[in-house]
Design a protein around this ligand. Structure first.
Ligand code: GAR
Length: 210
């Protein structure tokens, strides 16, 4: 069995972040061991299959009856981190509690600004000068867990929500694999409820602006 740091990636749709995470595997010491989706038509499932990565599709329901099955799949695949990459459901508290500090998400805004949906349009409506993307740990509040890393872009005069989304997605494709790499290397880690980066308590997001 390989010693690589194993991750499960959760998706709901296109899966372009999943693709970038998979494609960075040769250069980063992690392994996508499982892809989970609440949507059997998610395009990202085909990306996983084309790389021979096991997939698991579950049906979302209000009683959370899928939870123990998803939980078992992750344990069986021996995953140490759950990566939400365009996963558009809010995970229930029981699930989050059972993987404490082991779930990360990417969100298309400079959190704590603009949690929730339609971030690109909201940034434009406010007339902000900058936009960005954030990788953060997941807790039981929406988009409010500890921030790990961010990538920032300057908003141009002629930007609209689609141009912003495209430029930001391009940044996500570097930021997310890099952040997973830092966790896999133990360079980002939790100790006694504090998050450390390279042995120092993380007080500001790690920035990756290229
Ligand atoms: C990404 O932009 C991600 O930040 C966003 O969905 C997109 C998924 O794209 N996530 C959220 O809005 C979560 N609240 P992808 O399926 O091509 O990776």
């Amino acid at each position: 069995m390989s010693n690589l740091f194993k991750i499960a990636v959760f998706i709901s749709g296109t899966g372009s972040n999943l693709k970038s995470i998979i494609e960075k595997q040769p250069q980063y010491p992690y392994q996508v061991s499982l892809v989970v989706s609440n949507n059997e038509n998610a395009k990202g499932l085909a990306i996983a299959k084309s790389h021979n990565i096991p997939t698991y599709v579950f049906k979302w329901d209000r009683n959370d009856s899928y939870l123990s099955k998803v939980h078992n799949q992750i344990k069986q695949a021996d995953c140490q981190l759950i990566v939400l990459a365009g996963f558009m459901k809010i995970l229930p508290k029981g699930f989050i509690d059972s993987f404490q500090n082991q779930i990360i998400n990417i969100h298309p805004s400079l959190l704590p600004k603009y949690p929730g949906l339609h971030t690109h349009q909201r940034v434009l409506d406010k007339g902000d000068k900058f936009h960005g993307t954030t990788v953060h740990y997941v807790n039981t509040e929406l988009d409010a867990g500890k921030i790990i890393a961010q990538s920032k872009i300057k908003i141009k005069k002629d930007d609209n929500k689609d141009t912003l989304a495209a430029r930001l997605l391009f940044r996500e494709h570097s930021l997310f694999p890099y952040t997973i790499y830092l966790i896999a290397q133990n360079r980002v880690k939790w100790r006694e409820n504090e998050l450390y980066f390279d042995q120092k308590i993380l007080t500001q997001p790690i920035e990756m602006n290229e």
